[in-house]
Design a protein around this ligand. Structure first.
Ligand code: MN
Length: 338
């Protein structure tokens, strides 16, 4: 198996592996992923946690900041018994492993723990601030699970079906089911190794991507129906955008995770290079998702507005009205044409 990763030095890999090998079986290990966890955050964290258990570590906890809610599609992931609310995180953990987190700001109340303890960051965001003691950041990795599987390999953990299911969910989520750029031969080689453990990609895909409540489908219809096309944005490449409010969710009795996939139909619009979905998360607070087909580096736009991400997929927290937020994005697009 050739190494999947780039931009992580030999010394960093060795330091991370040594940090795990230096622990005693009963030492406390705390795993953390980002607020509002997605498939890559949860899958890479739980898959790695299961790997630590296979190595004999008995005290492994996993958590994330913010509202303690696992999106329904991920509620059948193996290893969920490791998950505890943030207040139950090990405060004096010997080792802290952080997954899919580009910056401390994505750690909320857990940020001090992560910064003061001995932390290893596993991530693939180009905007990563390298806030850990050891930083395994590979901006060319399709998912954090690629980095996690690489470290498991180095630790000599054999893949089994439980670990593989977690890592596969992570990989399939972040590659858009193996459609996005960075879906390299090595990604498919990793997928092949995961599937070879006996997991069912069909069952996993149906559960993760192709199942939703009726109300979520109706809600999506309404949110897509209010989308607007701005043909002159991004130097004439076009921008399409929409928004969803907390009252939309309430009206259809849905949880916020059902909005996570709305960016996909929005970004399919032929007349726009840039797609924007603005989702209300609190009083005058919005989670903003940005996608580009290639004309714009949306991570630069997101970073300028306090967020982060990748060249073609990024996000930030916005304030004000959706119109104000989209105007701020629009104002930055022309400056970041690639
Ligand atoms: Mn990711």
């Amino acid at each position: 198996m050739t190494a999947v990763s780039h931009r992580v030095s030999v010394a960093e890999w060795a330091a991370a592996a040594d940090a795990v090998r230096g622990l005693a079986p009963g030492d406390e290990i705390q795993l953390i992923c980002h607020v509002n966890p997605d498939g890559d955050a949860l899958g890479s964290m739980l898959g790695f946690g299961l790997g630590l258990r296979r190595l004999g570590f008995t005290r492994v906890r996993a958590t994330f900041p913010g509202q303690f809610e696992v999106p329904v599609p991920y509620q059948a992931l193996p290893g969920l018994d490791m998950l505890v609310p943030a207040v139950e995180a090990y405060r004096e953990a010997r080792l802290i492993l952080i997954f899919d987190v580009a910056a401390e700001s994505r750690l909320g109340a857990l940020a001090p723990l992560a910064v003061e303890g001995f932390s290893v960051v596993l991530d693939h965001h180009a905007s990563n601030t390298r806030f850990g003691r050891i930083n395994l950041v590979d901006a060319r990795a399709a998912a954090t699970s690629v980095v996690a599987s690489s470290l498991l390999d180095r630790l000599g953990v054999p893949l089994d079906a439980e670990i593989a299911e977690c890592l596969y969910v992570a990989l399939a989520t972040d590659t858009g089911s193996f459609k996005f750029d960075l879906t390299t031969p090595a990604v498919h080689e990793l997928a092949a190794r995961l599937i070879a453990t006996g997991i069912s990609p069909a069952d996993i895909s149906r559960r993760i991507f192709d199942t939703r409540p009726f109300g979520a489908m109706k809600l999506a219809g309404e949110v897509l129906g209010r989308a607007q096309l701005d043909r002159t944005a991004a130097g004439g490449r076009g921008m399409v955008w929409t928004y969803a409010t907390l009252s939309d969710l309430e009206r259809y009795e849905q949880r916020p995770y059902v909005l996570d996939t709305l960016i996909d139909p929005i970004r399919s619009v032929a007349e726009a290079d840039v797609a924007v979905v603005v989702k209300e998360t609190g009083p005058s607070e919005w989670a903003v998702s940005l996608r580009s087909k290639g004309a714009v580096d949306v991570s630069a736009v997101a970073v300028a507005l306090g967020g982060g991400g990748h060249r073609l997929a990024a996000g930030f927290t916005g304030h004000g009205t959706p119109e104000e937020i989209v105007k701020a994005v629009r104002d930055l697009l022309d400056a970041n044409l690639t």
